[in-house]
Design a protein around this ligand. Structure first.
Ligand code: ADP
Ligand code: FRU
Length: 291
């Protein structure tokens, strides 16, 4: 069991299940509607807590009524919220269209909250933690938090997820042990192959293990010694829901690292867990007993 702090977002996901993805201006009756906790960092913690870890979340939480399911679900997973900043207003809300025709998830996201930053992070007592994970959002703020972590607790292991292009996020590259990129980010930088991205990032982050997820092709990694790895995806019998696959993958990676596994094993374990998630609806039931 490790003590893991994740910094990022917690959202309310309104998940509509549809027989197929609709045309623009169409009217379609959903097969199901499920409100759920979402947000990359929150999702990753929900999975890590099921894997037996003690989890804490640092993010901005709204106090409006719509935030109730978010707070309930975080509490249900015993995720500590001491590090959170509470503000008046609506929580971030995502309208998610999950198509039963292949399990794709299309996300429309609304957010009207300030970003969590170093002003909040510097108040956290980092003493109990074994690992800190950042959902890379505001570039300069994430860089400040990561720098503070490195200066105050150089021994504390740290990962950053770089899912979307964010101005200034590159400033974190030289300061962390693990960087996880998305295919979207690789494409944004002009790379249509995973290795090209990894070798490019390595110039700015020689100290880090680098990972990029590649959807149905699995994930690729380049470790600090320069060794390259690939794990194929673990396809479930039926792909039911890919929402949160990347967040589950990140939980699998962190879980493997805190248990002392190397990048090759971690990639494979993370892909296995993410594949399992794709074969089921939602993020429950991914824990120890089920592994
Ligand atoms: P995100 O959910 O952030 O868009 P990806 O689509 O890259 O991230 O998926 C993350 C990981 O989830 C992949 O590396 C892979 O292991 C797994 N995965 C994604 N889609 C599938 C799928 N259709 N079948 C099996 N595994 C999948
Ligand atoms: C999935 C997710 C959803 C959320 C959206 C936010 O990775 O975290 O739960 O609505 O992304 O961008």
């Amino acid at each position: 069991m490790a003590r893991i702090l994740a910094i990022g977002t917690a959202t309310l996901d309104l998940i509509f299940t549809l027989t197929h993805y609709p045309d623009e201006d169409a009217e379609l009756r959903a097969r199901g509607l499920r409100p759920s906790l979402g947000g990359n960092a929150a999702n990753t913690l929900v999975v890590l807590s099921q894997l037996g870890h003690m989890c804490a979340f640092g993010g901005v939480l709204a106090d409006g009524q719509e935030a109730t399911p978010i707070l309930e679900r975080l509490a249900g997973h015993r995720i500590d919220l001491t590090a959170c900043r509470r503000v008046a207003g609506r929580p971030p809300i995502s309208c998610v269209l999950v198509s039963l025709e292949g399990g794709t998830r299309t996300i429309v996201h609304f957010r009207d909250l300030p970003e969590y930053g170093d002003a909040e992070f510097k108040r956290i007592d980092l003493t109990p933690f074994d690992w800190v994970h950042f959902e890379g959002r505001d570039g300069p703020e994430t860089a400040r938090m990561v720098r503070r972590l490195r200066e105050t607790r150089p021994d504390l292991l740290c990962s950053v997820e770089v899912e979307k292009p964010r101005p200034g996020i590159e400033a974190v590259f030289a300061d962390v042990k693990m960087l996880v990129f998305s295919r979207v980010y690789a494409n944004y930088l002009g790379f249509d192959a995973p290795h090209a991205l990894l070798f490019k990032i390595r110039e700015q982050a020689p100290q880090a293990d680098l990972i990029v997820t590649w959807g149905k092709e699995g994930a690729y990694g380049l470790d600090r010694r320069g060794a390259i790895y690939h794990s194929p995806a673990f396809s479930p019998v039926e792909v039911k829901d890919t929402l949160g696959a990347g967040d589950t993958f990140n939980a699998g990676l962190i879980d493997a690292y805190v248990r002392g596994r190397g990048l090759a094993d971690a990639l494979s374990l993370a892909c296995r867990l993410a594949g399992k998630k794709c074969g089921q609806i939602g993020l429950e039931g991914l824990g120890e007993k089920e592994r």
